[in-house]
Design a protein around this ligand. Structure first.
Ligand code: 13P
Ligand code: SF4
Length: 327
C-alpha cells in the first residue's frame, strides 16, 4: 500500500479526519470508474501521477487524446492551458484540474490586451501561436502549433504570408532557423527551459563524452547548439528508444525521464543542470498537482475548467486548423 505525505495544513487535517484515504491509488481508481473518467497526463508530472494516467503525452498527443475522448469526465494532470485546451475541444464534458494555480510562465508572458494591440499593429500578419498560451490568446490566433508540429505547420504557410509567432521567442527562433522564414516573435519564454546553464552542460558532456545531448526547443540558442537531437517531449522519448547510445543528457523538465527509464531500463539518463543548485529543471507549476489533490478533485468534481462560450468558439477554430494540418 502506498502512503503519501500531505503537502498542506488543509490536507493534513483531511487525512486526520479520514477524508483522504491511505491508499490513494485504489481510491482514485474507484472514483475513475464511478465518474466514467479518463486521466490525461503530461510527461512533466510527478512519476506517481504519470503512473495513474490512462494516456501520457506531449501537448499535441494530449490534444489529440482530448478530441477522441468518450469519457464523461476528463481529469487533466498538467497545467492550466492544457486543461483549458481539453475544455475547448470538449465543451460538454467536465474537465478537472487538481490545482487551478498550476499555470505557466510562458502563457503568462503573453497578456491578451498587450497581444491584441501588437496584433492590431501588424494587420497583414497571420498569427501562429504555440499551444502554451491562454484561451484568450488562442482566440486571437489563426493557427495553434505545438513543439512537435511547429516547423511542419510554418512550412505549410505560403512564403509571401507574413507571420507573427507567439508567445515563445526560443521556439520561434528555432522554427525560423529550421524553415528560413522571417517571423515576428513575441518576447515570451519558459522559466524552466531558460534556466539551463551552457557552462555546466559543457562540463557534464566532458565527463560523459559518450552521452547524446537531447533538448526541447523551448531552450535558449546557446544550449540548443550543443544538442545532438532537438524535439518535443514525445520526440525526445522516441529518439532515446531508437538510439544505440547508452547515455543521454536530458535538457528539459526532468519528469520526462520517468518514461524514458521505463521504456529503456538499461540506458542512463542524466538531467541537465540548471544555473544554480535549485531543482529548477522541475516545473513549479506542473508539480503543484499531487495524488491528494487528484483524489479531492475527483471526489468533489472540482476545481473544473470553465470557459466563456464566445472565447471557446474563437479558440476552437485555430485548434481545429492545427489538428487538420497535423493529420
Ligand atoms: P511539449 O509537450 O510539446 O513537449 O511541450 C513541453 C512543455 O513545455 C509543456 O509545457
Ligand atoms: Fe510552462 Fe515551462 Fe512549465 Fe511548460 S515547463 S508548463 S512552458 S513553465
Amino acid at each position: 500500500m502506498f502512503l503519501t505525505a500531505p503537502k498542506t495544513e488543509q490536507l493534513d487535517r483531511q487525512v486526520s479526519q479520514n477524508s483522504i484515504p491511505r491508499d490513494l491509488f485504489k481510491a482514485i481508481a474507484d472514483l475513475k470508474k464511478d465518474l466514467n473518467a479518463v486521466i490525461l497526463a503530461h510527461y512533466y508530472q510527478d512519476p506517481d501521477l504519470q503512473d495513474i494516467a490512462d494516456y501520457i503525452g506531449d501537448s499535441l498527443g494530449l490534444s489529440q487524446a482530448a478530441v477522441n475522448c468518450q469519457a464523461d469526465v476528463i481529469v487533466f494532470l498538467g497545467v492550466h492551458f492544457m486543461a483549458e485546451t481539453a475544455k475547448i475541444l470538449n465543451p460538454n464534458r467536465l474537465v478537472l484540474l487538481p490545482d487551478l494555480d498550476a499555470g505557466c510562465s510562458l502563457a503568462d508572458s503573453c497578456p491578451p490586451a498587450r497581444f491584441a494591440k501588437f496584433k492590431a499593429e501588424h494587420p497583414d500578419h497571420m498569427v501562429i501561436s504555440y499551444i502554451n498560451c491562454s484561451a484568450d490568446i488562442k482566440a486571437l490566433s489563426d493557427i495553434i502549433c505545438t513543439s512537435a508540429n511547429a516547423v511542419a505547420i510554418v512550412n505549410q504557410i505560403p512564403k509571401d504570408q507574413p507571420i507573427i509567432f507567439a508567445p515563445d521567442r526560443n521556439l520561434g527562433r528555432y522554427v525560423i532557423e529550421q524553415t528560413g522564414r522571417d517571423m515576428l516573435l513575441w518576447d515570451g519564454a519558459c522559466i524552466v527551459h531558460e534556466i539551463f546553464s551552457e557552462r555546466k552542460l559543457i562540463q557534464l558532456k566532458l565527463s560523459h563524452p559518450e552521452a547524446d545531448i537531447i533538448a526541447h526547443p523551448e531552450c535558449e540558442a546557446n544550449v540548443l547548439r550543443h544538442a545532438d537531437f532537438i524535439g518535443s517531449t514525445t520526440g525526445l522519448l522516441k529518439y532515446v528508444q531508437k538510439s544505440d547510445r547508452q547515455e543521454f543528457i536530458v535538457v528539459t523538465e526532468s519528469g520526462v525521464i520517468h518514461q524514458m527509464q521505463k521504456a529503456s531500463p538499461s540506458k542512463k539518463f542524466i538531467p541537465a543542470p540548471p544555473n544554480s543548485n535549485c531543482a529548477c529543471n522541475e516545473c513549479p507549476y506542473m508539480r503543484l498537482n499531487t495524488l491528494e489533490k487528484v483524489y479531492l478533485a475527483m471526489k468533489n468534481r472540482s476545481p473544473e475548467i470553465v470557459l466563456d462560450e464566445s472565447i471557446r468558439q474563437a479558440a476552437l477554430k485555430p485548434m481545429q486548423r492545427m489538428l487538420e494540418m497535423s493529420a
